[in-house]
Ligand binder design. Structure first.
Ligand code: ADP
Length: 251
């Protein structure tokens, strides 16, 4: 805890100086508290996959669990989740401090949407979810293709992750009032209205237990939002529990 505040000293120039000094000290305290919260969440997030990994390894060592293909797959999954959390965290730190570098080019957003659909076909098929795209282009945009692909990939991955077999995910790209819009609509579990404002917050999950099983880091949407903001765009979500969700990016 920083204890840098000075007692206020009257109303003259010195008084103003002490007031603004105390304001800065308060801002530092807020930033320090945010950093402490972040470190605490990271430690918390990494602890579960790490404990699982150690548990498997000890069971293997003690002969409680025989070595099997499934066991090694579980070990791999837990290690991979830790790496994903760390990779996402690095992206997020860079993005939030304005140090994520963007290589901006002119391209057609429709191509990116079509590519995202093709890239996720195998996952969709494995999940038993129909994945289609409706694009009305061309939609010329100026931006970083890789980073915007990451945004779309996150939205499509989430849509597939939170939609049961037999459901559908539709990607849409269309122009609106001179801007380019991409929508990812799913027929999944949806998000409670009370939860909706929190989906873009770091490490926020509707149901941590369930979501952990799906292998998410809880950082995907936070990073996606930062990338979209860095493109002077907007991202928002609408949802009806039990019916589905729509995530919408406007560039
Ligand atoms: P995660 O890696 O856990 O998916 P995200 O930041 O991408 O993290 O998403 C945060 C949370 O928002 C998810 O854990 C989930 O609870 C909710 N969520 C995101 N997308 C959807 C969706 N399409 N349908 C239902 N819930 C969603």
């Amino acid at each position: 805890h920083l204890d840098t505040r000075v007692p206020p000293v009257g109303s003259g120039e010195l008084g103003q100086l002490s007031t603004s000094f105390n304001r800065m000290a308060q801002a530092l305290e807020v930033a320090e508290a945010a950093q402490r919260r972040l470190v605490a969440s990271v430690a918390h997030e990494l602890r579960t996959p790490l404990s699982n990994l150690l548990g498997y390894l000890e069971a293997l060592q003690d002969g409680v669990l025989p070595p099997s293909r499934e066991l090694f797959a579980s070990l791999h999954d837990e290690a991979q989740l830790q790496r994903r959390i760390l990779d996402d965290l690095q992206d997020l730190t860079l993005a939030e401090s304005g140090h994520l570098t963007y290589r901006r080019v002119d391209f057609d957003l429709c191509d990116l949407v079509e590519a995202a659909r093709v890239a996720h076909l195998a996952v969709a098929e494995a999940a038993g979810v129909r994945l289609t795209a409706e694009v009305a282009g061309p939609l010329p945009v100026h931006g970083d293709q890789d980073r915007l692909r990451q945004v779309l990939g996150n939205l499509v991955t989430n849509a597939l992750r939170y939609t049961d077999a037999g459901g559908a995910v539709v990607l849409r790209a269309f122009p609106e009032e001179g801007r380019s819009v991409v929508e990812v609509e799913d027929t999944g579990c949806g998000i409670e209205p009370a939860d909706l404002p929190f989906v873009f917050q770091r490490f926020w999950r509707a149901d941590p237990a369930r979501d952990r099983a799906t292998g998410g880091s809880g950082l995907g949407l936070t990073i996606a939002r930062q990338i979209v903001l860095d493109h002077d765009g907007t991202i928002d979500a609408s949802s009806t529990p039990g019916v589905g969700s729509t995530f919408r990016v406007t560039l």
